[in-house]
Design a protein around this ligand. Sequence first.
Ligand code: FNR
Length: 183
Amino acid sequence: MVKVGIIVGSLRKNSFSKQVADNVVPLFPEGFETEFVDIGNLPLFNQDFEEDLGTPGEYTEFRNKIKELDAVLFVTPEYNRSIPGVLKNALDVGSRPYGESVWNGKPTSIISQSPGTLAGFGANHHLRQVLAFLNMPVVQQPEVYIGSVHELLDEKGKLRKDTLELLQSFVDTFVDLIKRHQS
Ligand code: FNR
């Protein structure tokens, strides 16, 4: 079974990002399983954790969880034209200690969303910059920017058919990238 972790860049209970991510889960084919990875419990990164403060248990648990995964999908909102701090914190935690990054080489993909019309473009591309440095092959096309997200979700949290079609082609490309990476 190929394991895909889903990391949502919002901790909000009714997060649109989480609702979008829930719509993506059933689009993966047989042989793939998805799992949401919690990032809300990670203490703020402090490099002293690598020295005298010692490693928080939450860091070890998170790093081990990411190590088990074959691939990672990020679904994120945009905060002030960038990624939310909670997501950057998780990326930083997984990247250390130096030379032991758990992200290294894992195929990944990005969905950004916003109730606004710019659809999280800034967050999407700031995240790409970080993932490039972390040496993660990223799905390039189709790019997925979901704008006016609140208008695309119905009262049950289901996305419109045309948005789901775009997401299906995105997932298909991601699955190809993961398979190519494994062979
Ligand atoms: C926002 N929001 C926002 N939206 C956007 O399109 N571009 C932006 O730069 C920002 N900046 C921003 C900063 C902060 C601190 C907050 C709290 C919000 C609005 C944001 O897109 C909206 O709250 C979404 O609903 C957040 O996503 P979730 O939590 O629904 O997944």
